[in-house]
Design a protein around this ligand. Structure first.
Ligand SMILES: *[C@@H]1O[C@H](CO)[C@@H](O)[C@H](O)[C@H]1NC(C)=O
Ligand SMILES: *[C@@H]1O[C@H](CO)[C@@H](O)[C@H](O)[C@H]1NC(C)=O
Ligand SMILES: *[C@@H]1O[C@H](CO)[C@@H](O)[C@H](O)[C@H]1NC(C)=O
Length: 381
């Protein structure tokens, strides 16, 4: 080997090392939540229990992975984009036991609630499926992982303290199941303080263990979600805002988000050394619906050219089975006969409930740079 080659190799390897230190400012990323963050746990949890799962079927995953991965989207989620931006591999779902969790784990499960199954049963809410995946169950999985982790890692507290925790979104499903059980919007809102207290206590249990970097995402604007628009549509124009969203249903999310922000302020006072951020899913979705023509360049990590969001029918679902929003309760994305739009990147909503990877990309950028997460996830090195 010539001297020049050797020097070059040394240069490249030191450059790579410097680069990887710079671009991986955390030891690991841990993610909790529901379908907005699940990267494959739900499909593993119910395999063999449920006959078939739409999230495990085409066209899920069509844009990025080219196959269904258990993500509720055509491609990557916010957690995936955040991992990429921080120089991490995609964080593996905890229930795929064969994975390497040294860079973190994702405990999120589609349909997960903040409150436990028992809570719903005690309140006679039978609309919740019997899947044990609540926030506390996910924290239990984290404890399980931690107990094996901390045997090999010298200073576990330090390790966790230098890891990023994405804790949520939680709560959206709690409200959905209450609505499905026939509760009115006003009745559902009575549960918001209970949900927030539960989330706050859980976040605090992590902070007590030495967690120093935490993002607590809020709810999305439920009244702009096509399944809600389809199930609870109104003949009264007054019920809709200028974007075509159901105002009263959005008010569940805003109540939740207001209380969550208050809880975060209290947590910051109690744990001043920790960075506790609010992760906003609400405003970015409103922004996308409102100003979609302005979002023409996808900022990050896209394999293909992005044409920008379509200016027409922003509430229209990309993958669905007909109807005013292309959302059909009896023919949903993933079922044979449901069809995906040609260019998912020009849609905001993917399947009537979840967003497209293009929309998640914008949200991730917002969080990383601090427009919707304060303080921002990307910290100065
Ligand atoms: C639930 O239903 C049972 C039986 O109908 C009733 O006795 C109980 O009071 C109900 N509980 C609540 C919290 O509504
Ligand atoms: C759910 O799982 C938790 C923890 O594993 C357990 O304590 C609880 O009893 C389970 N609940 C149900 C309804 O299966
Ligand atoms: C919804 O799907 C069902 C079942 O495939 C179909 O019969 C119906 O026509 C669809 N509705 C609309 C509005 O397309």
């Amino acid at each position: 080997m010539g001297l020049l080659t050797l020097l070059l190799l040394l240069f490249i390897s030191s450059f790579n090392r410097a680069n990887s230190i710079k671009s991986q400012p955390y030891n690991a990323i841990f993610s909790f939540g529901d379908s907005y963050a699940d990267t494959g746990n739900f499909v593993k949890l119910v395999r063999g229990v449920l006959p078939s799962v739409v999230f495990d079927s085409p066209e899920y995953g069509m844009t990025h992975f080219g196959r269904p991965t258990g993500r509720s989207s055509d491609g990557r989620l916010v957690v995936d984009f955040i991992a990429e931006a921080l120089g991490f591999p995609h964080i593996p779902p905890y229930l795929s036991k064969e994975e390497d969790f040294t860079k973190g784990a994702n405990f999120a499960v589609i349909g997960a609630t903040a409150l436990d199954l028992d809570f719903f049963h005690q309140h006679n809410i039978t609309s919740i499926p019997p899947i044990n995946s609540s926030m506390h169950v996910q924290l239990g999985w984290f404890e399980e992982l931690k107990s094996s982790y901390c045997k090999i890692i010298e200073s576990c507290k330090e390790y966790l303290g230098n890891s990023l925790f994405l804790f949520g979104e939680f709560g959206g499903n709690d409200y959905n199941f209450l609505l499905l059980a026939g509760k009115t919007i006003e009745e559902v809102k009575l549960y918001v303080p209970t949900v927030i207290d539960t989330i706050k206590l859980a976040a605090e249990s992590l902070l007590k263990q030495g967690v120093m970097h935490m993002v607590l995402p809020g709810n999305i604007p439920t009244g702009c979600v096509p399944i809600v628009l389809t199930m609870y549509g109104s003949t009264n124009k007054q019920d809709y805002d200028n974007l075509g969203c159901l105002k009263e249903y959005n008010s569940i999310g805003t109540s939740h988000n207001t209380l969550l922000r208050e809880a975060i302020v209290q947590l910051r006072e109690k744990y001043p050394q920790a960075r506790i951020s609010y992760g906003d899913y609400y405003e970015p979705v409103i922004q996308l619906l409102q100003n979609r023509e302005q979002f023409t360049e996808l900022p990050m990590n896209f394999d293909t050219e992005c044409p920008g969001f379509s200016s027409e029918e922003p509430l229209r679902v990309c993958c669905g089975g007909g109807g005013p929003y292309n959302y059909n309760l009896s023919l949903v994305c993933g079922q044979p006969g449901a069809i995906a739009c040609e260019n998912p990147m020009s849609s905001i909503n993917w399947d009537g409930i979840h967003l497209t990877e293009a929309a998640y990309n914008y949200i991730a950028i917002d969080w990383l740079n601090g427009h919707s997460v304060s303080p921002p996830i990307l910290r100065p090195m």
